[in-house]
Design a protein around this ligand. Sequence first.
Ligand SMILES: [Fe+2]
Ligand SMILES: [Fe+2]
Length: 162
Amino acid sequence: MVRVDHAGEYGAKRIYQGQIAVLGRGPKGDILRHMQAQEQHHLDTFSNLIADRRVRPTALLPFWHVAGFVLGAATAALGERAAMACTVAVEEAIDEHYQAQAAELGPEESGLRETIETFRAEELEHRDIGLAHEAELAPGYRALCAVIKAGCKVAIAVSERI
Ligand SMILES: [Fe+2]
Ligand SMILES: [Fe+2]
């Protein structure tokens, strides 16, 4: 769980960095930087857990480094609404993932469960920010979201194993 969550938060940070690279000077710059700062906090927390629990990070970090940034920059290049649609799709996938993890954790892992629940609430805030910023008005919103969400699920499955 720590490995895949670390990978996911790493990818999330890179997605927002990619979006900021394209839209950072525009009207959405501040809200993107706000979300990126929260992802940095999530990532730092899981980086500490990786060290404390001697978890091997996913071998795919260099890939997520590039793939996250490209996903962020590419959706941002499609427009502000497409960038927000990307956020909705990613954060929905992470919400489901964290919800499943939290349900699996027993009382002996209540600390980790609380961390996951706290972060999950912030991911849902990010999704709501995306919706508030007209994600659903992005051209091809449904298809874009479906593709990105499916990609996130593949990324999660792969990062749990490799
Ligand atoms: Fe996050
Ligand atoms: Fe997030």
